[in-house]
Design a binder for this molecule. Structure first.
Ligand SMILES: [Zn+2]
Length: 250
């Protein structure tokens, strides 16, 4: 760990030499323009490959850059980045040579992580025809890395966070990128989220305002009880009835 602290001191000196107020300015708050969702792989350092410095990019990383609808960690990052920080561009960044993608494509068992990797197997299922048509194993994995990024961008687009933001004046733009660890270059996959728009009859959620109105009406008692509860008296009513029976008995 000594190297880590020595490097840190060196970095602080360099930054202060460039701008004496560097840390004072950062301490005032952040207003990052980008949200980066990438793989945890040590060869894909988010700031270095994008040339962004402190304060410029909010970052979430997990194995194989997945956007899973029930991942509270990712959802919290996404909601905060979109609704509080107001990021302008969100990028899902995959990378060729991804170990997570390779593990998902193989049928070996690795333990708990298999359940996480199952999300990539879903991508294979969705694109099986194209996937099986590629005979070269290396090419097949490279394409799976790209297809995985495309599907994760679509997963982003179908979250209620992005759907609500898209109804606002400045919705963030979604991007799918692939980083090539062989040459260090980033490639834009030009992911078209119109594809997800075609499925809004499935993924589309009511506007938040409407959901609020429904909640208000329910509060005022204007919403009928669900059918299953129609014939069931509520607790207070039951209690009143019991008391009245007791009074009569008394
Ligand atoms: Zn990876």
């Amino acid at each position: 760990m000594q190297d880590i602290f020595a490097n840190n001191r060196k970095w602080v000196e360099t930054k202060l030499a460039e701008d004496n107020e560097f840390f004072n300015k950062l301490a005032k708050g952040q207003k990052p323009r980008y949200l980066f969702i990438g793989c945890s792989d040590s060869r894909v350092p988010a700031s270095a490959i994008t040339g962004t410095g402190p304060g410029e990019m909010f970052v979430h990383r997990n194995i194989a850059n997945l956007v899973v609808h029930s991942d509270m960690n990712l959802l919290a990052v996404l909601q905060y980045a979109v609704e509080v920080l107001g990021v302008r561009d969100i990028m899902v960044v995959g990378h060729y040579g991804c170990g997570g993608v390779a593990a998902a494509a193989a049928n070996k068992q690795y333990g708990l992580i298999d359940n996480w990797l199952a999300h990539i197997r879903d991508v294979v299922r969705l694109h099986e025809t194209e996937f099986l048509r590629i005979t070269d194993k290396e090419q097949q994995l490279r394409r799976l890395v790209e297809l995985n990024v495309i599907e994760q961008v679509r997963n982003l687009a179908s979250t209620n966070i992005i759907q609500n933001a898209s109804k606002g004046p400045n919705p963030p733009r979604l991007h799918g990128l692939v980083y090539d660890i062989h040459d260090g270059l980033l490639h834009d996959l030009n992911v078209n989220t119109d594809t997800i728009d075609e499925f809004m009859h499935i993924y589309g959620v009511e506007a938040a305002e409407h959901a609020e109105k429904v909640a208000e009406k329910a509060e005022e008692g204007k919403v009928h009880k669900p059918k299953a509860l129609e014939n069931k008296p509520d607790r207070q009513q039951k209690k009143d009835e019991e008391e009245s029976v007791m009074h009569k008995a008394g």
